[in-house]
Design a protein around this ligand. Sequence first.
Ligand code: FAD
Length: 296
Amino acid sequence: MFIADLLREKPVTVSCELFPPKCGTAFDNAPEVVERTVALQPDFISVTCSAKAAGNNVEMASHVRACGATPLAHLTCVGASKAGIDEMLDTLTLRRIHNLLALRGDIPADGPAERGYTYASELVSHIKARGDFSVGAACYPEGHVESAGLEQDLVHLRAKVDAGADFLITQMFFDNNILYRFLYKALAHGVNVPVLAGVMPVTNRSQIERILKLSGTTLPPRFLNILDRFGDSPIAMRQAGVAYATEQIIDLIANGVRGVHIYTMNHPEIAGEIMHNIRYIVEAGCEAQHVQRNVG
Ligand code: FAD
């Protein structure tokens, strides 16, 4: 199913993200991670891509599909030639993977080897012109790390939507008010496609330190207190991380957010706990959206 259609039809969606194993490392537990994530019945499962895991994301996304779930394959263009991207699109078409998250990717310190496409908006436009793909793109509630500010980033985000992006997935955030402000501003910039809120359950201190360095995401005092207090106790941090993500999602759905994307970090058991915690919330959210649509 095209994710664009799913988002039109379903009042509230919950999706999960997985990452493929690096090339040269064992693929052994990747099928099991996929199968256990599919068993949670998310609306779709996205699979990240990186040069280090080249090819494995197509394998993993294909396994998602073989298990009966809808895959969303991430595709980055940094360092790729136009011919290389076309080759990848042909492969994805052959594997009947019709949902893509079109990204630029992070620029390597020594610069990209190839410059087929400079920005994600160009990639979105190219994929849409080929047809037969539902295309999503990334967005950043606090602004992208390279941009001069949120306003400038929103202008570029609008270009991705104008190029044909059907939906957006946010970078993680830990203060829902940051997302709500972003959604208002995005709408004011003409960004009128569904925005799925990316939620990351933080279950260990080193994981978040690494991610913060790359993304520039800020941590609210409430979260910092949790990290300070429980960061050295893996079992307590895990419980607190699941509880924090659960609360974030409840608040998001209560405030009308229609899509939640869980950064599972390949831990289906953690995603499972969160999905169990929110099962009635999602049901009630769907009913509330139905009523709102029928009245409106
Ligand atoms: P772009 O939209 O091209 O934006 C990059 C920067 O360029 C921004 O600062 C933007 O404001 C600016 N810009 C855009 N257009 C213009 C223009 N015309 N003129 C001047 N400036 C411009 N990375 C991976 O390697 N693999 C993944 O699987 C992956 N998945 C991700 C999933 C999500 C949901 C998110 C939020 C990020 C993901 N990333 C992934 C990270 C992403 O690749 C990086 O954040 C990257 O630095 C930017 O990618 P982008 O697609 O947002 O780029």
